[in-house]
Design a protein around this ligand. Structure first.
Ligand code: SF4
Length: 699
């Protein structure tokens, strides 16, 4: 085992916990150790973190650019050939069809530096308004809801350690025991301190099994449940009237809506027994420190913003937001799901959470970028609309994808594949040949997590530093090198004269100075010295801000805002033809579209294929048994899966994990209806029918 003193402290390449780890390079390759000094995980890692080194030296790594030749095959090319071809094709498309005919698609796993540079590249080098990213499928509903209610979106406005001291926690639509196991230490200590944990989920997940009580709600009924909780809190006089009067506004709207969510009605809509959610409401109301945490369950719906606002209403009514060990937070999923949504790769946003249509923000950012404010394009299309525009009049004709595997992560992916194939020119930068990369006209091999420096912002708003522990394989370039090289070929060398991530970060600090997500006072040195720095941090002598909203909310009135949000049914509800709910989610062994984790043998063996989970009682109705091959059909497509029977799921619901592409992709079946405010697609719920696969006996 390597000596920890001889290793480099860095962070895991996967989820938003960004666990601290040590990486050592020895004769046997790269070794990973947990970092016991990093406060978030204190040495603990999950199986993905322990095995992360396997992706670095993997024989499937892309090591040379690939270009599609005249016969339609991807063949090796030099960097000069690949980049010149991209510049030539993008220029041609823009000359013929306008600037917005080229789009850029980023990812929530990119470092802050890359997210920032990608936004600048789109607006300055390509001068297109069309940039968005896969965080649209992940965090956009919670982000929009928090901005509306609190005036600012930071996933957790408090450190994770606050969980340990919360008296009662409502955890909605999150299976943290499997998706980020090291975080369970906080819930464990909360329970040993006498706290109660209530989990809302259509499945009795390992997290739900561990809870004080599990509320097994019908998919798509979150706003009804949250309104029901508020109804009981008001009825039983458990709301904090003093806090509501002093620190909030618009309570009457929430009160009026929740008045019609009497318990019997809520039980009918959600399937959660009245006694169960009444117990939860009373426990939250009685707790000294009440906390509500949401995750993708309520958020990845066409009602995602309203669902989240309805849970925020409960947290505000309890008077918990802005108090220690209490409040509302959302558990970010992707590695840089937080920082990735702050620095300008969203269609409507400039660095630091500035709005692209705010004249002052445009002026400030334009000054840093050395362009005129009028040269910065306005808001572009959000992800689903961006993809949908391909092949339409005035739509996208060329696309650059960096750090995202759209073909697996986007909903209704049969349609997405058609769209991507209709592009005049597709470029993908990645480290493996992902499903999306395999459709590209040019593929660029890029460096991975331990091969370059860069900052990430974890789910607490803590900015951490990933370090370059090893060199990238020969022939591979960092995304920063790629973007600067391409910008130079597009005639913008001067604005992209960066000598690496630290240079980019220094510009990001300037560009966010004075903005809501202010990174001006954060330096690589301070991050290392302080185990991360929480934004906002406006100057180098500012300690950072672990807790937000203690003294007020950054809204025009300084108060948090309630919203009256009635329940609305999912866009695609079960009926006689499609009688069950389909919901999707993650597994312990895989990360997102699986581009990395399917290349780790240990992880592939642990979860080699997506299994469709179904309740045994439902299986009996259909004459199905465990291990049977079934076809799942929705209004969009069908796909075959192996059945896993488990009593840990509602009888009206089927669950399938989303980490696989091709014929095994559950996103072939999911619905691309979107939330009108956030653009979030309804990945978490649609109607489905199940049938046994009829074996071909002639075969
Ligand atoms: Fe990595 Fe997340 Fe696992 Fe921690 S919990 S080791 S950050 S995947």
């Amino acid at each position: 085992m390597p000596n920890p003193a001889a290793t480099l402290a860095t962070h895991c390449p996967y989820c938003a916990l960004q666990c601290g780890m040590h990486v050592a390079r020895g004769s046997g390759g790269v070794t990973i150790l947990g970092n016991p000094r990093f406060p978030v995980n204190q040495g603990g890692l999950c199986v993905k973190g322990w095995s992360a080194a396997a992706t670095l030296d993997h024989p499937d790594r892309l090591r040379t650019p690939l270009v599609r030749d005249g016969t339609g095959h991807l063949v090796p090319a030099t960097w000069d050939e690949a980049l010149s071809r991209i510049a030539r094709e993008f220029t041609k498309v823009q000359q013929n069809h306008g600037r917005d005919a080229i789009g850029v698609f980023g990812g929530g796993s990119l470092t802050n530096e890359k997210a920032y540079l990608l936004g600048k590249f789109a607006r300055v080098a390509l001068r297109t308004s069309n940039i968005d990213y896969n965080g649209r499928f992940c965090m956009s509903s919670a982000a929009a809801a928090a901005s509306r209610a609190f005036g600012l979106d930071r996933g957790l406005p408090f450190p994770l350690s606050d969980i340990s001291r919360a008296g009662a926690i409502l955890l909605v639509g999150s299976n943290v025991a499997e998706t980020m196991p090291p975080v369970m230490r906080y819930f464990e200590s909360q329970q040993s301190n006498g706290g109660k944990l209530f989990v809302v989920d259509p499945r009795r997940t390992p997290t739900a099994q561990w809870a004080t009580r599990h509320l097994s709600l019908k998919p798509g009924s979150d706003a009804a449940l949250a309104n029901g909780l508020l109804h009981v809190l008001v009825r039983d006089r458990l709301i904090d009237e003093e806090y509501i009067g002093r620190r909030t506004e618009n309570f009457d709207d929430a009160l009026r809506v929740s008045a019609s969510y009497w318990p019997e009605r809520v039980e009918g809509i959600t399937g959660v027994p009245e006694a169960a959610f009444t117990e939860v409401a009373r426990a939250l109301g009685a707790a000294d420190h009440a906390m509500i945490l949401t995750s993708r369950g309520p958020e990845q719906q066409a009602q995602g913003v309203n669902n989240t606002l309805a849970y925020i209403n409960v947290a505000l009514a309890l008077g918990s937001v802005g108090k220690p060990f209490s409040g509302y937070g959302t558990l970010t999923g992707q590695g840089n799901g937080q920082g990735g949504r702050e620095h300008g790769q969203k269609a409507d946003q400039l660095p630091g959470y500035r709005h692209v249509d705010d004249p002052m923000a445009r002026e400030q950012v334009a000054a840093i970028w050395g362009v005129s404010p009028s040269a910065i394009p306005g808001p572009g299309r959000p992800a689903v609309a961006l993809i949908d525009s391909i092949g339409t009049d005035g739509g996208l004709r060329g696309l650059l994808v960096v750090g995202s595997n759209i073909l697996v992560s986007a909903p209704n992916s049969v349609q997405v594949e058609r769209r991507l194939k209709a592009l005049d020119f597709l470029v993908v930068a990645d480290f493996f040949l992902s499903e999306t990369a395999s459709l590209a006209d040019v593929v660029l091999p890029s460096a991975q997590w331990a091969e370059e420096d860069g900052t990430m912002t974890n789910l607490e708003g803590r900015v951490i530093l990933r370090r370059r522990a090893v060199d990238p394989p020969e022939g591979v370039r960092t995304d920063i090198d790629i973007l600067c090289g391409l910008a130079a070929l597009l005639g913008q060398r001067h604005q992209f004269a960066f000598h690496g991530p630290r240079d980019v970060f220094d510009e990001l600090r300037q560009a966010t100075s004075g903005a809501p997500a202010d990174y001006a006072g954060i330096t690589y040195e301070r991050i290392e010295a302080l185990d991360g720095v929480f934004w906002p941090c406006p100057s180098t002598d500012h300690p950072g801000t672990p807790r937000l909203f203690a003294d007020g909310f950054p809204t025009p009135s300084g108060r948090a805002r309630f919203h009256g949000v009635p329940h609305q049914s999912p866009a695609d509800n079960p009926d006689a033809e499609f009688p069950l709910h389909l919901t999707t989610g993650r597994l312990l062994a895989h990360y997102q579209s699986g581009t990395q984790t399917h290349h780790v043998e240990e992880l592939s063996q642990a979860a080699p294929e997506p299994l469709a989970e179904m309740h045994p009682a439902t299986a009996r109705l259909y004459g199905l048994s465990n291990g049977a091959r079934v076809t799942l059909t929705t209004r969009r497509a069908d796909a075959m899966f192996t059945l896993k029977l488990t009593p840990a799921i509602r009888e009206d619901t089927i669950f399938v994990p989303f980490h696989w592409g091709g014929a095994r992709s559950i996103n072939r079946l999911t619905n691309d209806a979107v939330d009108r405010t956030s653009g979030m697609p309804e990945l978490k719920v649609c109607a489905v029918r199940v049938s046994a696969v009829v074996e071909d006996t002639d075969a």
